[in-house]
Write a protein that binds this ligand. Structure first.
Ligand SMILES: *Cc1c(COP(=O)(O)O)cnc(C)c1O
Length: 224
């Protein structure tokens, strides 16, 4: 399927989820996750109207960024190794995977401008997942104050790969609560206004629970 047709279907589901939760569709940014696909397909995604692209590996990101550059808004959604920060940090618009102070420190050292970061939270507690435990997020964000190049714009999580939609919903609800508590602290460096949650299989639930950024790969641009 072409990206434009996939997008029509996704937008229909987004509308339904917005109606259920009394939200407006234009509050939600769709990030086209192009990690599985070619540069040509990424360009097709932009032509279909999706300007926000997500990549999870340095190599894939740099390859696409070289061709597409300023024609997209770039979200780095994968785990970022500290020693690779310098290769990408000037080129990305958002980092969705801030999960440790050593990474914050390195970004602070290497970036010339403030970097918009989502703190990744491992809400479900699965061992295979990156991210901070929910109870550690508050202290972590307090510590970030000393890194003046880090701006905490939101929280990010990945739901577990399970069929039980109620369990998935609980994960998203918990992230939304955490976001609310952090934004109430009114830290100038951590407005924490955004929620990055929801992928191909669960973006409708994520929207119902307040997602502002959904990250869609296989159902939008396709997979391998
Ligand atoms: C791959 C990936 C996605 C997109 O996954 P799909 O299920 O293909 O939509 C979203 N977020 C992250 C962090 C990813 O690594």
């Amino acid at each position: 399927m072409d990206v434009a047709s996939n997008l029509i279907e996704i937008q229909e589901n987004m509308k339904l989820a917005c109606e259920k939760s009394n939200r407006k569709i234009d509050e939600i940014t769709v990030i086209g996750v192009t990690k599985y696909v070619t540069i040509e397909r990424a360009e097709e995604t932009i032509d279909a109207g999706i300007k926000n692209l997500g990549e999870n590996r340095n190599e894939g990101f740099l390859e696409k960024h070289k061709e597409i550059g300023q024609n997209a808004i770039w979200h780095f959604i994968g785990t970022l190794q500290t020693r690779k920060v310098k290769d990408i940090i000037q080129k990305i618009d958002y980092l969705h995977s801030l999960d440790r102070l050593s990474l914050a420190k390195e970004i602070n050292k290497r970036s010339e401008k403030p970097v918009n970061c989502f703190v990744q939270v491992n809400v479900s507690g699965e061992e295979s997942k990156h991210g901070l435990a929910p109870e550690n997020v508050f202290d972590f964000i307090k510590e970030i104050e000393k890194y003046e190049k880090i701006r905490i714009v939101g929280l990010m999580t990945m739901a577990p790969h399970i069929e039980d939609r109620d369990e998935i919903r609980k994960v998203f609800k918990r992230l939304a609560e955490l976001r609310e508590q952090i934004s109430q602290k009114n830290y100038s460096y951590a407005p924490c206004q955004f929620l990055s949650m929801g992928m191909s299989n669960d973006y409708d639930i994520a929207i119902e629970e307040g997602a502002t950024h959904i990250r869609i790969g296989s159902k939008l641009v396709g997979s391998l």
